[in-house]
Ligand binder design. Structure first.
Ligand SMILES: [Zn+2]
Length: 155
């Protein structure tokens, strides 16, 4: 049995900008509308449900609002330099300088839908308490409607 949360219809969405270094088109600063989706697999409990997924939705909405209207900075990229008030992102042929307050620093190497999905999944496993009957969690991050990256973990 599986619960599914659709980020678009549940309004678990955010708008943010990123850069994918080395890509001709995506190497330019640009933005997307994103949605975070989730699937929760498990047996139905004695109360007739897999779990109350309001806590999952609240968690996902919190993550989405953290990322909303920010420049997503992959802190693990060695070309990123964070100072007290600014973020410098120095690429081969250009350099970006952002006010720190406009950025969200993420512990990832590159701000792709794939790494964002991993980031959300790890944060969710650390934050949300799942009942024992839940056996698997999946997270999908859509970069625009109809295209996204999924990741999952067995519990
Ligand atoms: Zn993009």
């Amino acid at each position: 049995m599986r619960l599914e949360i659709n980020g678009w219809s549940s309004k678990i969405t955010f708008s943010a900008s990123h850069i994918i270094p080395g890509h001709e088109k995506c190497g330019r600063l640009h933005g997307h509308d994103y949605a975070i989706n989730a699937k929760i697999e498990g047996e139905i409990g004695s109360n007739g449900v897999i779990m109350d997924f309001i806590s999952v939705k609240e968690f996902l909405r919190g993550v989405a609002s953290e990322l909303d209207h920010r420049v997503m900075i992959p802190r693990k990229d060695p070309r990123v330099d964070v100072s007290k008030s600014q973020v410098r992102y120095r690429l081969k042929d250009k350099e970006f300088l952002f006010p720190l307050g406009d950025c969200i620093l993420l512990d990832i190497e590159v701000a792709s839908a794939e790494t964002l999905a991993n980031f959300v999944l790890q944060r969710m496993l650390e934050t949300v308490r799942f009942p024992k009957n839940v056996t698997r969690i999946e997270i999908g991050v859509d970069e625009g409607r109809g295209q996204g990256a999924w990741t999952g973990q067995d519990l």
